[in-house]
Design a protein around this ligand. Sequence first.
Ligand code: URA
Length: 255
Amino acid sequence: MSDDRRKLQSTARQMLEGELLFSDPFLPAGRNPLPPPAASAAGAPAMTAEERAAALQAMDVNEVRGCTKCRLHQGRTQTVFGEGSPTAQIVFIGEAPGEEEDRTGRPFVGRAGELLTRMITAMGLKRSDVYICNVVKCRPPGNRSPAADEADACRDYLLRQLQILAPAVLVTLGNPATQKLLDTPVGITKLRGQWQKLPLLIPGLGGIDVMPTFHPAFVLRQYTADVRSKVWADLQEVMARLNLPAPPRRKGAGL
Ligand code: URA
């Protein structure tokens, strides 16, 4: 078989798999239990799960919930700190809470959140296996993107969250998360699908593998096989890096 034909077949298979997996909410979750990381990103002895959970909760309760560092506090119902496993190997980072998140206090629970949940499930994981948070902890009015000074005001919370979690991989969802964490003006269309390294943003936090991918809200707006297969390819990269087994091919999924 020619190289061109092989490439074409592999692209077609990826598109089909992405399509099937993203459109099927009934895949069994939790096929890929993740072991906790052995050590923090800085090489220091890892905190226990309990220590991480306590440190995250202390930051949430004592600092974030009462935060007035930027104008976003004026319009919020409540802050949205983040949720998931304190020993997650994968952290998904979005942009900002939307209406549902502001109402419930939980990240990614609206329509984009449903798609993110399907993406995580397609990886053979549950939401509780990973950690999910945003660049800013308060909802911007009208769901606009956070302004630069608002993201800057929240930066310390996000970086300290990541320091505590010390994950193996960050998946940045869309432009604001990708550009903020990689400290780059380069856009998501250029960066997605290519492994990056977290720069040394604060002492002890740097060098983590970063996989930028499209934001689920963008995928919902551009719900094409091409966009979905690109996101699925990015998630498969993450699975390969963490040695997570590929989800089993379901009947009719093959070419
Ligand atoms: N919900 C979130 O929590 N974050 C986003 O970026 C979008 C929706």
